[in-house]
Design a protein around this ligand. Structure first.
Ligand SMILES: [Zn+2]
Length: 456
């Protein structure tokens, strides 16, 4: 394993630490997984180091995918063009046939796609659990990928469209989550505990989470000092259910009643929020994962990102699962995030590219509680880095590096990926994952999953 010393030289460095400063022809040195030097000029050679030539490349923090469902790569383009709650019912129905091999094979392919697109941290919002085994398989596959991971194991205790097999009492779910965390601590690969953190949460309140569950989740999260992840106000139909059944004006208002918002919580989507709800997120330091491609694909609406940023809400970016995206490309997500706000406000200057790049790096890391660990290129942080080949025709010539990273770069421009000081990809070749094997295994898992799926 490649974790001793790494020096990347001759590259243009975008550390994401200040207002977009760039270091030309610089170097970054990593020792035992930690960044020890970021500077101009050449680096002295170290004995036994891995030396990577970064000429013609941009070095920046690895991207943070703040919300996805990894196994859903098996479900790309299966259900399209349907109303949100009907689509959700199909997704939940997968629980009736999902087995650990589907979860493992899908998660590995999802990790591979994230990794090849420059993502070094992925938040897996896990919500289909017909028994404890699928979560175990997912966590193991995330560990195998080498990526930094947040495993948000959420709970559904109610809801007409939730199959019985994946509905849990709070106590059953909490025991399973405690078992998972204990198992991981005992059996995880030596480097895995450092790379993986856990969260819990309601899945999509209020349609599959009772108020009692919400209060229990807050207690459980506080007791274990783990964060919360939830799908919040993704579609107007969810807000409508909240109004009709709970007499609350919005989902955040309902969550506030049950103590869910907080610095350790990340609310995926947050598309349909009132100005009061946006203020509440800012006041409680609740983070948001903005998932614009998924929101467009499902016809959900456009999240009030400009308003949230103005209010001081911490906003990260996510792809969401491939069942509503249909990929895991965070560069594409950045471009969509930028353009969507320009369209919404009919104002080309309403959002600047550096803010978008922050969402995909430093702000995303902070939103997941990893602000002291990764998200920037600076001494003392763990080495989650990517090198991008910017010599390609669609990127040249460079007039504005930051804008071009948001609006020109593609996932396939990522040349090298380092996560937690380990080189996971070099010159687009993966060092840990057997790419062809992962793809073949996912193809087999997809065939098996489709054969088991009842006709709609
Ligand atoms: Zn989601």
């Amino acid at each position: 394993m490649d974790t001793a010393a790494i020096t990347i030289t001759g590259c243009t460095i975008l550390p994401m630490t200040g207002r977009g400063e760039v270091i030309e022809a610089g170097h970054v040195t990593v020792v035992d997984g930690t960044i020890v030097a970021v500077d101009k000029g050449a680096a002295p050679a170290r004995e036994g180091e891995t030396r990577i030539d970064g000429r013609g490349k941009v070095l920046m923090p690895g991207l943070v995918n703040a919300h996805t469902h990894l196994y859903q790569v098996l479900l790309r383009a299966v259900w399209e063009d349907m109303p949100f709650l009907d689509w959700l019912e199909r997704i939940y129905g997968v629980a009736r046939v999902l087995n650990p091999e589907h979860a493992a094979a899908g998660t590995l392919l999802g990790c591979l796609e994230n990794l090849k697109g420059g993502v070094t941290t992925v938040c897996e919002h896990n919500f289909l659990n017909p028994g404890p085994e699928c979560a175990v398989a997912t966590v193991d596959a995330m560990g195998e990928s080498g990526l930094r991971g947040v495993f948000a194991r959420t709970i559904m205790d109610t809801g007409e469209i939730v199959p019985e097999c994946t509905r849990e009492t709070p106590q059953t779910a909490f025991t399973r989550i405690e078992d998972l965390m204990a198992r991981h601590r005992v059996n995880g690969a030596p480097e895995a505990p450092r790379r993986l953190t856990f969260r819990t949460g309601p899945n999509t309140p209020p349609i599959n989470a009772s108020p009692d569950l919400l209060r229990e989740i807050r207690r459980f999260a506080d007791h274990h000092s783990i964060g919360i992840s939830a799908h919040v106000a993704e579609s107007a139909s969810v807000v409508e259910v909240t109004r009709r059944t709970l007499d609350r004006a919005g989902v955040v208002e309902h969550l506030k009643d049950c103590g869910i918002p907080g610095e350790d919580a990340i609310f995926a989507h947050s598309v349909h929020l009132s100005p009061d709800e946006v203020r509440h997120l800012a006041e409680t330091r609740t983070a948001v994962s903005h998932n614009p491609v998924s929101n467009m694909m499902l016809g959900d609406g456009i999240a009030p990102v400009v308003e949230m940023l103005a209010a001081g809400v911490r906003v990260g970016l996510g792809t969401d699962g491939a069942a509503s995206n249909h990929g895991q490309d965070l560069f594409e997500t950045m471009k969509a995030a930028s353009l969507l706000q320009k369209v919404k406000h009919q104002d080309a200057g309403v959002i600047d590219p550096y803010s978008v790049l922050r969402m995909a790096t430093v702000d995303g890391a902070a939103a997941l509680g990893l602000g002291s660990v990764c998200g920037t290129v600076e001494a003392g942080k763990r080495a989650d880095l990517i090198l991008l080949d910017v010599e390609k025709p669609h990127f040249q010539p460079v007039n504005d590096l930051v804008s071009q990273l948001v609006h020109c770069a593609k996932a396939t421009d990522v040349d090298t990926v380092v996560a937690d000081g380990e080189v996971l990809m070099r010159e687009r070749r993966c060092t840990r994952l057997d790419e062809e094997g992962v793809v073949r295994r996912a193809q087999a898992a997809r065939r098996d999953l489709m054969e088991r799926m009842p006709a709609a």
